[in-house]
Design a protein around this ligand. Structure first.
Ligand code: ZN
Length: 292
């Protein structure tokens, strides 16, 4: 099944020279999907507001990033970055809410969330869209629970920081980040054992929705990664989509392989190919709700 993808052009920042591909990756990913005839079911959504960001971030930090007195996650104060974040975070919120009501796998073509902490930006992450999406879901019903399964190569230290500042949220969010345990060159079999037990934990926690960071930087050839082959990344995605007993909202997260090329799509092709495969794997399953 070709599942929905929450995309708007305002999610991108063109020509941001920052060393990370993520500012223009949503548009490049959508172009790659179109070439593979996988871009149908694209849905629009509303951006979040600053008030939504205040749910998980310090107000002075949010306001400082918007007025340019505090650097964003790209370590500049280009006002377009904060503005685009209202749309990237909005995409994650919309995907999570759709996954919750539909019990399907839903795509948010976003990156740049998990290093953003309560009052700090960094590592190409300005605001934490995972935590905003979780907080917005939890605000709707006191019985709800959310999982965050972070399979980016790097540790979700910003998410951990927000959870430490927000005990009322941390009781209802199960956050598991593989970057806390796995580094370049470690055994794939150990990662898969961790993933299997993480899926069991999330199902036992009773998640209504799981937010899944399907990072491409876990790839063995990634300059900031080095853990899984292409086949193993597809196996990872299949395990998640087949194993989670809840709606799944997945996003792109990191990926830093590049090749020479004239266009962004050409330069990012190795990373975009990995993300396209995640979309294919997600489309092959129909998720089963938890029996409870
Ligand atoms: Zn990463």
């Amino acid at each position: 099944m070709n599942h929905p993808i929450f995309y708007r052009p305002e999610m991108n920042v063109a020509d941001l020279s920052c060393g990370s591909p993520s500012a223009g990756k949503p548009a490049a990913f959508m172009e790659m999907l179109r070439r593979n005839r996988l871009a149908s079911r694209t849905k629009t959504f509303e951006p979040v507001t600053k008030e939504d960001l205040y749910l998980v971030h310090d107000k002075e930090f949010v306001d400082g990033v918007f007025d340019g007195t505090i650097l964003n996650g790209f370590e500049n104060n280009d006002p377009r970055v904060a503005q685009a974040c209202l749309y990237t975070v909005g995409s994650m919120v919309a995907a999570a809410q759709y996954a919750h009501t539909s019990w399907t796998a839903v795509c948010s073509p976003t990156s740049g969330f998990h290093h953003a902490g309560y009052a700090r930006a960094g590592g190409y992450c300005t605001f934490n869209g995972l935590m905003v999406a979780a907080a917005k879901l939890l605000e709707g019903d006191s019985r709800r629970r959310v999982g965050i399964l972070d399979c980016d190569m790097h540790r979700g230290d910003g998410t951990e920081d927000i959870l430490a500042h927000k005990p009322e949220l941390s009781r209802r969010i199960c956050h598991l980040t593989s970057g806390r345990y796995f580094y370049e060159g470690e055994r794939a079999s150990d990662f898969f054992a961790w993933l299997r037990s993480s899926i069991t934990l999330l199902n036992a926690f009773g998640c209504d929705v799981v937010l899944y960071q399907a990072g491409a930087d876990q790839h063995i050839k990634d300059p900031l990664g080095g853990l899984l082959t292409s086949e193993e990344i597809s196996r990872r995605d299949r395990m998640v989509f087949n194993g989670i007993r809840a709606g799944v909202a997945w996003n792109l997260a990191g990926g830093y392989q590049t090749v020479t090329g004239k266009t962004e799509v050409q330069r990012l092709a190795p990373v975009l190919d990995i993300h396209v495969q995640t979309r294919v794997q997600a489309g092959l399953v129909s998720l089963q709700p938890a029996a409870r």
